[in-house]
Design a protein around this ligand. Structure first.
Ligand code: HEM
Length: 504
């Protein structure tokens, strides 16, 4: 007997209301928690219903991996994403499809070459130094996520359009205020297209005002930068790289295309990176022994004359492991909303063209055959992996997506994450402020730790010897270990991320 695919009717689902389906069972910013919780209970393919619209939720890691690879020919992003970005006139690589998408990827590719990321280091380091200085002035207990968000806004804006917006010292920046309103609109693409998201629509007049302001300012930056560029110029920012890029006919890209892609980069690069570092800080603050072990690696390999150079960045595998663990346990982009371009059979289930499919990107994060004590935040596990296990981890987890649409900002983000963690832990011991409300995951443009209040104690250089415990950490060192012990540090980067610092 041939295997007859199941249909949507056969799929399990959380208990539904007869009319609304599962609408109202989750807040829009908790949709990711809802998807993962029900994947545990209902299995690797289930459905939810939002009024009459089904959404199929897929959490079988191998199936997700395969779907991601089948783009652009068999799957696309859910259609409402394209229309929301287009209506806001900020259409770029993330929201486009087909030939246009290929064209936009060609535009972005040079900006993210390692040799160009290397040239961006001074901009990253300047803002990180400002972030550290701000922490020094911070009250005893402060919201780390907010500080990290401002840091990433500053870095990303300066990389994306060459302007130092300095929200760290100027949190009420007019441009950032308007960008926030635009990003709120774009964040609606994280929820399925239902009444839910229609109810969340911001006031059109406010949105139009913000869109007009952002457009005017950014076009100005584009024109100024363009007027100063020569063809031989080596790009120091993403904007310069985009202005120097050529399409297949050898022509420069239009201002309109560059503008749409600049906004795309801002919205894709800020919250995702800030949230990942914030989660790493959260887990390291929870476990002081582990924080000190990571700090020991930093102290041991930080160049004595400072500052960090590009070639130093491969010497911090445990710090990189902390970023990888944050992405495993708390992926900044927990799922993608896609749809098949034709009828498909997904994991033995017949799915008709255009059905919304939510693919969970950290589907295998608790696969204990690979991630022993999977609930533990254990940065050292990544170094201990065999080449075979590393390959498998790339199937189990797709925090940066996969296939041809793999996030082009992955290497830049990992570079930023490492530099921020290295500098932060080198200079401060971080502890959690356990006052209520408790830290919880909230999804807007990224899944981020809300209420991450911490204290930061400045470390004396003498207290940071590789052998010595920092004073603030010593007090906690006697507390019970909640994590398995870390194996010896080995300075090889994991192949999954090995390209991060290879200079071409
Ligand atoms: C921790 C940080 C980040 C995470 C977790 C992340 C994750 C993702 C994911 C899951 C996708 C969808 C990929 C797919 O469809 O397969 C994506 C796409 C994208 N990301 Fe990132 N990202 C991060 C940082 C960045 C940065 C720093 C930039 C640039 C400044 C960036 C630019 C983009 C762009 C342009 C796309 C669209 C690619 C396409 O559709 O072809 N991302 N990212």
């Amino acid at each position: 007997m041939p295997n007859i695919p199941r249909t949507l009717k056969d799929l399990p689902s959380p208990k539904e209301h007869w009319l609304k389906g599962n609408l109202g069972q989750f807040k829009p910013d908790e949709i990711h928690t809802y998807f993962y919780k029900h994947a545990k209970a209902l299995g690797d393919t289930y459905k939810i219903r939002l009024f009459n619209k089904p959404v199929v939720v897929v959490s079988n890691a191998a199936v997700v991996f395969d779907i991601l690879k089948q783009r652009p020919s068999r799957y696309r992003r859910a259609k409402h994403i394209e229309s929301i970005y287009k209506n806001a006139s900020v259409h770029g690589a993330f929201s486009s499809e087909g030939e246009q998408w290929k064209n936009y990827r060609q535009l972005l590719a040079p900006a993210f070459k390692p040799k160009n990321i290397k040239r961006m280091l001074p901009i990253i380091q300047k803002s990180v130094a400002r972030f550290l200085a701000n922490i020094k002035q911070a009250p005893q207990s402060f919201d780390m996520r907010t500080q990290l968000h401002r840091l990433l806004v500053d870095i990303t804006c300066e990389l994306a359009f060459g302007y130092d917006i300095n929200t760290l010292n100027n949190p009420d920046s007019k441009l950032q205020g308007h960008l926030n309103i635009v990003f709120d609109q774009l964040s609606r693409t994280s929820t399925p297209p239902t009444l839910y998201s229609r109810l969340m629509r911001p006031c059109q007049k406010t949105l139009d005002t913000s869109l007009a302001y952002v457009r005017k300012e950014i076009l100005q930056f584009i024109r100024t930068t363009k007027s100063q560029l020569t063809p031989e110029h080596e790009p120091n920012t993403i904007l310069e790289a985009l202005l120097l890029a050529k399409d297949e006919q050898g022509q420069a890209f239009s201002e309109e295309i560059i503008y749409g892609n600049i906004i795309t980069l801002l919205s894709a690069g800020e919250d995702t990176t800030a949230s990942t570092v914030a989660w790493a800080v959260y887990y390291l603050a929870k476990n002081q022994n582990l924080q000190q072990t990571v700090r020991d690696e930093i102290t041991q390999h930080y160049p004595p004359q400072g500052p960090l150079q590009w070639q130093d960045l491969d010497n911090f595998p445990l710090t990189l492991g902390a970023c990888q663990e944050a992405l495993r346990l708390e992926p900044a982009v927990p799922f993608l909303l896609l749809e098949p371009l034709g009828d498909e059979v997904i994991n033995g289930v017949y799915i008709s063209k255009g059905t919304t499919v939510a693919v969970l990107l950290a589907a295998g994060n608790h696969n204990t055959a690979l991630f022993e004590h999977s609930e533990h935040f254990n940065p050292a596990r990544w170094q201990a992996f065999t080449p075979e296990q590393k390959k498998q981890s790339a199937v189990e987890l797709s925090p940066f997506g996969g296939g041809p649409r793999l996030c082009p900002g992955m290497q830049l983000s990992l570079t930023e994450q490492k530099i921020i963690l290295i500098e932060l832990l080198k200079h401060y011991n971080i502890t959690l402020d356990n006052t209520k409300p408790a830290v919880k995951s909230q999804y807007r443009l990224a899944a981020t730790p809300a209420h991450l209040r911490v204290s930061a104690v400045a470390l004396q250089p003498a207290a940071m010897t590789p052998q010595g415990m920092a004073p603030a950490a010593t007090a906690q060192a006697t507390q019970p270990q909640t994590q398995p012990a870390s194996p010896t540090v080995n300075s090889q980067p994991s192949p999954q991320y090995a390209r991060a610092h290879t200079i071409e």
